[in-house]
Write a protein that binds this ligand. Structure first.
Ligand code: SAH
Ligand code: MG
Length: 213
């Protein structure tokens, strides 16, 4: 880890025992939850934005959903997860935290669920994309009808361990291909004329997009 990243990590608040144990679980079981510094920034965005409704793609164990809800308890979160085991663990964590009335986890592929939401005219103030990295452009395109006019879309992992800017960094063809997909997504994202986008180099890289008026 570079010095600036280390410094930032030393300058975020400590998490509660509950969240620390979730972080520990994720580490031991290799669940790719958000990194602490970018998680801290995401909660800050939620505090600033005060979204009534949040949509998250990619729940995993429910860590980021619970952190966002803690940051702004008046929000209602819908989060989508396609892996049944993760879905169950997330529900268990949400129940333990007494947040079942505020966070709903939906089991299914995000693209199918998004389509259903569009049919039901559901809308959200804040959308967080943190699912399969190879499909970001599709996710970002498909969720747009669900976003309110003042809405914000945040994507995680847009720098993908630095592989996005340094192809040679990985000697795995699979990772290189994935990095190229994310690079193509970023190139596309920053030229979308209906959004203002900013890429932030913390954690695994975040993009923050707001609708252009
Ligand atoms: N947001 C979580 C981490 C999510 S990890 C946190 O920071 O706490 C990414 C998750 O997205 C994985 O659990 C994976 O199963 C899920 N996922 C990947 N592609 C998906 C898709 N198309 N639809 C729904 N879930 C998906
Ligand atoms: Mg992520």
């Amino acid at each position: 880890m570079d010095k600036v990243s280390q410094y930032l990590l030393e300058h975020i608040p400590e998490r509660s025992g509950f969240f620390t144990s979730m972080e520990q679980y994720a580490k031991v079981n290799r669940v790719p939850i958000m990194e602490p510094v970018s998680m801290n920034f995401l909660t800050q965005l939620v505090r600033i934005k005060k979204p009534k409704t949040i949509l998250e793609l990619g729940t995993a164990i429910g860590y980021s959903a619970l952190r966002m809800h803690e940051a702004y308890p008046l929000t209602t979160i819908t989060t989508i997860e396609r892996n049944e085991k993760m879905f169950q663990i997330a529900n268990e964590n949400i129940r333990k935290a007494n947040k079942s009335h505020h966070i709903r986890v939906i089991l299914g592929d995000a693209l199918n669920v998004i389509e259903k939401f569009i049919q039901h005219n559901e809308t959200f103030d804040f959308i967080f994309i943190d699912a399969a990295k190879g499909h970001y452009q599709r996710f970002f395109t498909d969720v747009q009808p669900l976003l309110n006019d003042e809405g914000m879309i945040v994507c995680d992992n847009v720098l993908f361990k630095g592989y996005v800017v340094d192809e040679e960094k990985s000697d795995h063809v699979r990772l290189q291909k994935l990095a190229k997909k994310i690079r193509d997504f970023n190139d596309w994202l920053v030229t979308q004329s209906n959004f203002h986008t900013s890429i932030i180099p913390i954690g695994d890289g975040l993009s923050v997009s707001v609708k252009r008026k």
